[in-house]
Design a protein around this ligand. Structure first.
Ligand code: DQA
Length: 151
């Protein structure tokens, strides 16, 4: 069974309690459960990870780039959190490792502060899901699976 990485960046471990008016009350453990259920339907094994550290995220992007090259994974759904708006390193990692990435944001970043409107990740993403709440994780998995099938 091919794998799919669901990757979460800084502060997403606080999902459910952090700014619930923006991010909702669903916890990251609930999101993991939703992703595993959707993965089951799509015939994909979900690898679910979260880190508050940029270098750790870079390492995991490299790891899964190699998994995709080896034909064992279809890519990643990635919520980079605030690193979206700051990280040239994650941009370069995704590009360098040729990892197919669906960039995901729970909130509609374009309806928020100006500094959230720019993304270092979007230019190297295959697709982007923004503003659907945690349902976005399911939509992103479906989209990535569809893109992988099209080849
Ligand atoms: C976020 C949006 C980012 O601007 C923010 O820094 C996050 C979460 C989202 O899912 O809406 O941490 O990526």
């Amino acid at each position: 069974m091919a794998s799919v990485l669901v990757l979460n960046g800084p502060n997403l471990n606080l999902l459910g309690t952090r700014k619930p008016e923006v991010y909702g009350r669903t916890t990251l453990a609930d999101v993991e459960e939703m992703c595993r259920e959707e993965g089951g339907k799509l015939g994909l094994e979900v690898e679910f990870r979260q880190s508050n550290h940029e270098g750790q995220l870079v390492d995991w992007v490299h790891e899964f780039g190699a998994e995709v090259k080896a034909g064992r994974s279809i890519g990643a759904v990635f919520n980079p959190g605030a690193f979206t708006h700051t990280s040239a390193a994650l941009h370069d990692a995704i590009e360098g490792a040729s990892l197919p990435v669906i960039e995901l944001h729970i909130s509609n970043v374009h309806a928020r502060e100006e500094w959230r409107h720019h993304s270092f990740i979007s230019p190297v993403a295959r697709g982007i899901v923004v503003g659907f709440g945690v349902l976005g994780y399911v939509l992103a998995l479906q989209g990535l699976a569809q893109l992988a099938q099209e080849g």
